[in-house]
Design a protein. Structure first.
Ligand code: NAD
Length: 400
């Protein structure tokens, strides 16, 4: 029997997360690394029929002309991550995957992202319709050439500025009609990718805080094609800790007065988040969770600062000021020193594997059971990590 082939199409392929996913899948399929960090490698997930690393075929879109090998080398030099021998052992896979990466589109991505690269600028689409058509054609060509059974489009591109939706975004027919003349202000690039994926019936996952599929019109599109989707913004570090610790304060009836989180890091995501408008999207998903779990709003502050010499290493320092019995004020502080791409990549692989399980079972629509992987889980109000994880285990028990 021929093995099922799962396409993983990375939007923002040569970035930190995209490169680490690709290197990780290659290293896993060659048996060179352990599955540490992969949630779906835990025994609870053993009976789901998850696709193995070797079943994934990676392709993608990028706006910077580069390659997975060059990107891995950049991370190795600047951040001291990835073993040189491991990159060398996976070199052929990385080269083959690089050849499947096509120039992306940046219509609506905003000026800071547009400055990152010029790949594809000479044939840049002028309208949203042209952009979607081109992206969709790239996806279809990949599916055909690689004999893909299930295509998953995973957005790991740079964070776009927040986007204000209007009437036209409430209805797919209206939005579809507007694509023909649509320019920079109709939709952000992340949503053009989402439309291209969902219109073709492919799965769309959004690992970023950008808008992507998160508007009623695009939900309607997904419903009409029966495509799977989920997001958004991977919960990998400081926010993961917030959603683990906030339940403790709630369950002990301790009154959190303020929660301040300062984040410093130096990768390319940091370059983009250094622009205040792009940063606003990230601060929003990071800031909401504490209020949602506690059920009241303490004073909160989230800062994100770009410190180039830190490379892919992020330090978060959180200061939590809370009140106990007799009104006594106390403090909890933590520091988190995580390597961003290494935390994110296994989770990106997890959600892709779990999406394929849904596809194999013929399911469609929003995958709410993936909420524990996201800072801003779509269609789910619950942000408590433990309750979200219980939801995932309940799903596993029903689906195994
Ligand atoms: P990165 O800057 O290293 O990679 C992003 C890549 O996207 C870049 O290579 C860039 O050229 C490319 N890109 C930008 N706009 C594009 C477009 N319109 N089309 C195609 N390619 C485009 O960033 P990263 O650290 O890999 O993070 C990727 C995304 O994942 C960011 O939005 C980030 O906020 C989100 N995220 C990351 C983590 C983490 O821990 N690393 C956690 C949660 C969310």
């Amino acid at each position: 029997m021929t093995q099922r082939r799962v396409g993983l199409w990375l939007v923002g392929a040569f970035g930190g997360v995209g490169t680490t996913v690709t290197l990780g899948l290659s290293a896993l399929s060659r048996g060179l690394i352990k599955s540490t960090g992969l949630v779906t490698a835990l025994p609870d997930f053993g009976k789901l029929g998850l696709p193995e690393a070797a079943q994934f075929v990676v392709g993608g879109h990028e706006i910077r002309e580069s390659s997975f090998v060059d990107s891995a080398e950049e991370f190795r030099k600047n951040s001291g991550i990835f073993d040189a021998d491991l990159v060398a052992a996976c070199r052929d896979d990385l080269a083959a995957a690089s050849a499947r990466v096509k120039p992306g589109v940046k219509l609506g991505a905003g000026p800071t992202i547009a400055k990152l690269g010029t790949w594809g600028d000479e044939s840049a689409p002028r309208t949203a319709a042209e952009a979607v058509d081109r992206l969709e054609a790239d996806l279809a060509a990949f599916v055909k050439a690689e004999r893909i059974d299930h295509l998953i489009v995973l957005c790991v591109a740079s964070t776009e500025p927040p986007f204000q939706t209007r009437d036209v975004h409430q209805d797919w027919n209206a939005l579809n009609a507007a694509l023909a003349d649509g320019g920079e202000d109709l939709l952000p690039a992340s949503s053009l990718y989402a439309i291209a994926a969902l219109r073709g019936g492919h799965t769309y996952l959004n690992f970023t805080p950008s808008l992507g599929a998160s508007i009623p019109a695009i939900y309607q599109l997904a419903e009409s094609t029966g495509a799977l989707h989920g997001g958004k913004d991977g919960k990998t570090g400081e926010t993961l800790l917030k959603t683990v610790l906030a339940p403790m304060f709630a369950h002990r009836n301790l009154n959190v007065m303020s929660w301040v989180g300062h984040n410093i890091f130096g990768n390319r995501d940091g370059v983009v988040l250094d622009d205040p408008s792009n940063k606003a999207s990230k601060v929003d998903t990071k800031d909401r969770v504490v209020t949602s779990i506690l059920g009241y709003k303490p004073q909160t502050l989230v800062t994100i600062e770009y410190i180039p010499d830190m490379g892919d290493w992020k330090t978060a320092w959180d200061h939590i000021h809370f009140q106990g019995f007799l009104g006594t004020k106390m403090t909890m502080q933590f520091t988190w020193q995580g390597c961003d791409s290494l935390l994110a990549a296994p989770l990106a692989i997890d959600i892709a594997r779990l999406a394929d399980v849904e596809k194999q079972r013929g399911r469609r629509g929003l995958m709410r059971h993936l909420s524990c992987f996201f800072k801003g889980p779509e269609g789910v109000e619950e942000n408590d990590f433990f309750k979200q994880y219980d939801d995932l285990l309940r799903y596993v028990a029903q689906s195994a």
